[in-house]
Write a protein that binds this ligand. Structure first.
Ligand code: NAG
Ligand code: NAG
Length: 214
């Protein structure tokens, strides 16, 4: 008797853990009674009509266009480009960076990232959370792999002699990207200049100058 109660308690616990919510795959989901908007995934295609193409993406052999002020281009392959990734919790990207170009400081709110350098030399780094804010940084060569832990701000810079190419794997089908400079100085509408002046310990004119560039 006691044994079966224990077994039931154990099964209930296992079931409770197995049935825990998944991590959110969107920035937020405000509750609304009767809404038809889905959470944590897109609607499913009828499995009978699924084709091999729905699990495939072509084009990652093509370099991205790096002619932009940061000198880099990320080509994502997330659930938006490859519908078969829906609910699977993985995605990838190709990163092209011109000499001395950067993939500017950014964070993926929903994914850790593992990066493999295919060509060139990349300086990579991430910063730990408060209070240490330690920069963990390294120069990577072709064949080197580096991991950026989920949510931490990170960047890449091409410090080599030619183009750099990397492939990243991400632990979400919809990892999201928050580019720090864009969200801080380019939000719509602007964050009030006195808030940013105090936060960055600079004059409001410096803040306005930065805001005008985003
Ligand atoms: C699935 O693949 C078929 C065949 O290539 C295509 O017609 C259809 O648009 C695809 N659907 C999705 C959701 O990718
Ligand atoms: C690359 O982007 C630049 C700037 O947007 C554009 O002028 C140029 O035509 C693009 N090159 C290619 C090959 O698409």
């Amino acid at each position: 008797m006691a044994k079966s109660v224990l077994l039931i308690c154990f099964l209930v616990l296992v079931f409770a853990f197995a049935a825990a919510d998944n991590s959110p795959l969107q920035d937020f989901c405000v509750a609304e009674a009767g809404s038809s908007v889905l959470v944590n995934g897109q609607a499913c295609k009828d499995p009978e009509t699924v084709q091999a193409n729905n699990f495939s993406f072509s084009g990652l052999h093509l370099p991205g266009n790096k002619s932009n002020p940061v000198g880099s281009k990320v080509t994502p392959v997330t659930v938006a480009q490859l519908p078969g990734l829906n609910t699977l919790g993985i995605s990838m990207a190709r990163i092209d960076i011109a000499l001395w170009g950067i993939n500017p400081p950014h964070t993926h709110p929903r994914a850790s990232e593992i990066l493999l350098v295919l060509e060139g030399t990349l300086e990579v780094g991430f910063i730990t959370s408060n209070p240490d804010n330690r920069l963990i940084s390294k120069i990577l060569q072709k064949g080197d792999v580096f991991v950026f832990p989920q949510g931490l701000i990170h960047y890449q810079r091409n410090t080599g002699y030619g183009n750099a190419v990397a492939i990243a794997g991400l632990g979400s089908e919809n990892p999201g990207v928050i580019t720090i400079a864009n969200v801080v100085f380019g939000s719509m509408p602007d964050i009030s200049a006195d808030i940013l002046a105090k936060a960055f310990k600079v004059d409001k004119t410096v803040v306005s100058q930065l805001q005008s560039k985003f």
